[in-house]
Every structure is written in structure tokens, then in C-alpha cells.
Design a protein around this ligand. Structure first.
Ligand code: FAD
Length: 429
């Protein structure tokens, strides 16, 4: 690959280049991180193994991301929400219940003086938005490009070896960010250890059209097979996340559509009337994975490369967006004369990485723990424990401060460095 490097007024073409920050992985997390870092003034290169997004052929991803209110604020502060909002559906109420059990918790945005508890955004809407945002922010995006190797840090940088459409090339970066998903080849190359548990469960994800209007209601139903969630979509559809042991998923995928809908209806009930199929079914294997120390010298792990959680309660991307915001917060160093945030010159220094990991540790452990408890603990509850959980749900529902605390947790409401995010320039200065 021949890379063009701008140095002052001179332009050189060569097979080696330099950047402040290299991001490997152009999913939602790597894509957003690259934009914000470029807007903070760093030179950023992004390497994505997939092709450049093509508006005519959007990536096939049937997921609807439930974004907590805190994540929506974050995207709004960055100036990206207005466009995403056109595809989003507000979650006005969340009903949490247990199949065949007592009690349910009903969280209502209006009762909390809010318009929505969160928003559901089609995963496919993020790709084109972030691709445009990256271009606008001045990120150099390299598609169809993978990391072939990474050298140990030397002289304040790491050298990355890359394979692209035009062959092999290399790039020196003061900070390498691995955002290449749960299998992260970059994490493997860096030798960062993880703790992993493969759930005995997969998720089937698809859209349905209910005969009754959803009116912004989201459902999370715990069953003996695993959780079943239905999330409202902007066009009246509901996005289904149906978790079950792999062999049950096999059997459900072999059913024809009417039989699959009948099985879903039997599991979910009739709160939304009759459910009609409205799109393809995708399958996701589920695991809990996290890196206790998500960094190495001049490198850090972000998003699914650092932590993958069970989709119950829709927390994974929300958690990763807080990783992004906190990295900006840690890199911030005072303000410029015009009041705009100033950022440290060296983004890959050890003190930066340690400070960021310290700031993230509690949040990551909490979400990994809570989602793991909900995924495993709620599956086999019967007898006394089942009744106790049912009573617990009823109690939470009837004690407004408890219910509101529960809802605030679900909304991801915690302080993010808003003064940093909302004052980033549009493009790198
Ligand atoms: C069924 C399901 C439902 C979910 N629902 C929600 C929800 O409602 N709310 C929520 O907050 N979260 C949800 N999540 C979690 C969410 O999907 C993840 O948090 C999110 O996808 C993480 O994004 P990422 O960018 O870190 O990783 P990915 O989306 O995995 O992106 C990684 C990118 O890296 C690229 N890549 C991989 N290897 C290389 C390489 N060697 N070189 C270059 N590029 C590479 C890939 O092509 C990809 O583009 C759900 C997850 C599942 C499975």
C-alpha cells in the first residue's frame, strides 16, 4: 500500500507512515473513537478489514441498539444525535417480567418526568453516519486492510504491519487502539489476557410487526431458556432478541416462518396482539469476556475487544460509549485561550493509559457482573427463589424510589465529561 503523508508543504508517497493514533476496527466503537480523537486534534488512521460502507448495499445487521439516555446525551454532545434521531424510536416504558412467575417491573419515563428512558437505533444506521463523520473529522480510513503484526513499543511508538488492497505496508503510531471486536486479532498480537465464559446460549435477532401499536413500550421477559426482549422500532416494528441454548436455536432456525412465529407468540404472549415476521433472522453466539487490564505499552483495548457482555438489558455498546467518553476526558488537559478543550500532546503515555483504565474499571466490572447475573441467575429460578424474585419485582414496582433507581441504572445516567465532548471542533485544527 502506498500511503501519502503530508509534511508541511511537502507531500511524499511511501510504504511507511506515521500517525498519532492508529485505530484497528471500524465498527461503531472504533469509528466513533476515531472521529472524536481527530476532532481533538490528533492525526488518526483507521484500519478496517471490511469494505468501505456502500449506501446501496448496507451491512446486514438486524440488531436494534437500545441506547440508554446517557448514551443519547453523549452522541448529542458530539453533534451526531440529530441525524441518528431520524431513525430512532423512543423507549417510553420498559416492562420486565418472568415467564410463568409472579410480578413485573414497569418503568415509565413519564412518571420520572422524562420523555424517554432510551432510544432504539438500527445498527445499520450507524455505519454510514460514522463513515461521513470520519471523513469530516479528517480521519484517514483504510478499508479492506488488516493488521498483520505489531512490534514492541520503541522510541515512544509502535510499528504496525498492515495488509491492504495494494499489499503490505507499515505505520508507526504513538497509540494503538484495538477496536476489532470480541475475537480481536490485535489483542492477541499484543498478548493481553482475557477472562472468558461461553454462555450455553445464542441469540436469534429479527424484526416482527405486531398487530397492536407498540406505543414505545419495550419488553424484557425472563424465561427458563434465557431472556426474550422486544424493542420498539421507529417504523412500528419490534426488534426481537431471543436467547436460547444453541440446540434450541438450531431447531427454531429449521422451522418455517409461521411455525417460528407461533413459538415466539407462545413464549412472549399477546401483549402486542399477533406478531408477523418482518425480516431476516441473524444468529449471535454469546459470551462474557473481559480484559482485567485493558492496555499494554502504547496500546489499549476498546469496546468488544475489551469486554463483551450478554445482550440482556442491552448494555454492551452503552458501556463502550462510556469508554470513548472517558478516554477523551483523560486526554483533556485544561483549556485553550478560546475556551475549547486542550489535549495532551502524547496520547499513548503510560499515565494516560493507567488513568483511563482506573476510571473505567468500576463501570466495566459492574456491567459485566450485572449482565452475567441476569443471564445466568434468572434462567433457572423456580420454587421459593422464583417467588422471592417475583416479590422483589413487585416491591421494586411499588416503591417509586427503588423503581426509579432501577430505571436510572438502565438509562446509564452518570456524569460524562460533557464540557469536553460538546466543545470539540468539527474537524481537526
Ligand atoms: C444480539 C445482540 C444484541 C445487542 N444489543 C445491544 C443493545 O441493545 N444495546 C447495546 O448497548 N449493546 C448491544 N449489543 C452489544 C453491541 O453489539 C456491541 O457492544 C458492539 O457491537 C461493539 O462494537 P465494537 O465496535 O466494539 O465491535 P464490532 O461491532 O464487533 O466491530 C469490530 C470491527 O472490527 C473489524 N475487524 C475485526 N478484525 C479486524 C482486523 N483484523 N483488522 C481490521 N478490522 C477488523 C470488524 O470488521 C468490525 O467492523 C448487542 C449485542 C448482541 C450480540
Amino acid at each position: 500500500m502506498e500511503a501519502t503523508v503530508n509534511r508541511g508543504t511537502q507531500t511524499q508517497t511511501q510504504t511507511q507512515t506515521e500517525t498519532d493514533i492508529a485505530v484497528v476496527g471500524g465498527g461503531p466503537v472504533g469509528g466513533l473513537m476515531a472521529c472524536t480523537l481527530a476532532r481533538a486534534g490528533y492525526t488518526v488512521r483507521l484500519f478496517e478489514r471490511g469494505p468501505a460502507p456502500d449506501p446501496e448495499h448496507p451491512r446486514e445487521d438486524t440488531r436494534g441498539y437500545a441506547l440508554a439516555a446517557g448514551s443519547v446525551t453523549l452522541l448529542d454532545d458530539l453533534g451526531y444525535w440529530a441525524e441518528l434521531a431520524t431513525t430512532a424510536a423512543p423507549i417510553r416504558r420498559i416492562v420486565v417480567s418472568r415467564r410463568g412467575g409472579l410480578g413485573r417491573v414497569r418503568m415509565d419515563a413519564a412518571q420520572m418526568g422524562r420523555e424517554a428512558l432510551g432510544q432504539v437505533v438500527p445498527a445499520a444506521a450507524l455505519d454510514p453516519l460514522l463513515a461521513r463523520a470520519r471523513d469530516a473529522a479528517g480521519v484517514a480510513s483504510h478499508h479492506a486492510t488488516t493488521l498483520a503484526g505489531v512490534e514492541a513499543a520503541e522510541d515512544g511508538a509502535r510499528r504496525l504491519h498492515l495488509e491492504g488492497p495494494d499489499g503490505a505496508w507499515s505505520c508507526r503510531a504513538r497509540l494503538l487502539i484495538a477496536a476489532d471486536g470480541v475475537g480481536s486479532p490485535t489483542r492477541e498480537a499484543l498478548g493481553i489476557p482475557v477472562q472468558r465464559h461461553r454462555y450455553d446460549a445464542d441469540a436469534l435477532v429479527f424484526d416482527v410487526r405486531p398487530s397492536r401499536a407498540h406505543d414505545g413500550e419495550a419488553f424484557e421477559r425472563f424465561t427458563d431458556e434465557g431472556p426474550l426482549a422486544l424493542l420498539p422500532q421507529a417504523d412500528g416494528r419490534m426488534n426481537v432478541v431471543w436467547v436460547a441454548p444453541p440446540e434450541v436455536c438450531d431447531a427454531r432456525l429449521e422451522l418455517d416462518e409461521p411455525a417460528r412465529m407461533a413459538a415466539l407468540q407462545e413464549r412472549f404472549g399477546w401483549a402486542l396482539g399477533r406478531l408477523h415476521p418482518a425480516g431476516d433472522v441473524l444468529r449471535f453466539p454469546l459470551q462474557r469476556m473481559h480484559a482485567p487490564q485493558p492496555f499494554a505499552e502504547r496500546a489499549l483495548l476498546l469496546g468488544n475487544a475489551a469486554h463483551s457482555v450478554h445482550p440482556v438489558a442491552g448494555q454492551g455498546l452503552n458501556l463502550a460509549l462510556r469508554d470513548v467518553a472517558d478516554l477523551l476526558g483523560v486526554l483533556r488537559e485544561g483549556a485553550q485561550p478560546d475556551g475549547r478543550p486542550a489535549f495532551v500532546a502524547d496520547p499513548g503515555g503510560r499515565h494516560v493509559l493507567e488513568a483511563w483504565a482506573r476510571r473505567r474499571e468500576g463501570d466495566i466490572r459492574r456491567i459485566v457482573g450485572v449482565t452475567d447475573f441476569l443471564a445466568r441467575g434468572m434462567r433457572h429460578v423456580d420454587g421459593l427463589l422464583g417467588h422471592a424474585l417475583g416479590l422483589g419485582m413487585m416491591t421494586v414496582d411499588r416503591v417509586p424510589p427503588l423503581r426509579d433507581a432501577f430505571a436510572r441504572g438502565a438509562m446509564g445516567l452518570r456524569p460524562v465529561p460533557r464540557h469536553t465532548l460538546s466543545r470539540l471542533p468539527e474537524a481537526r485544527a
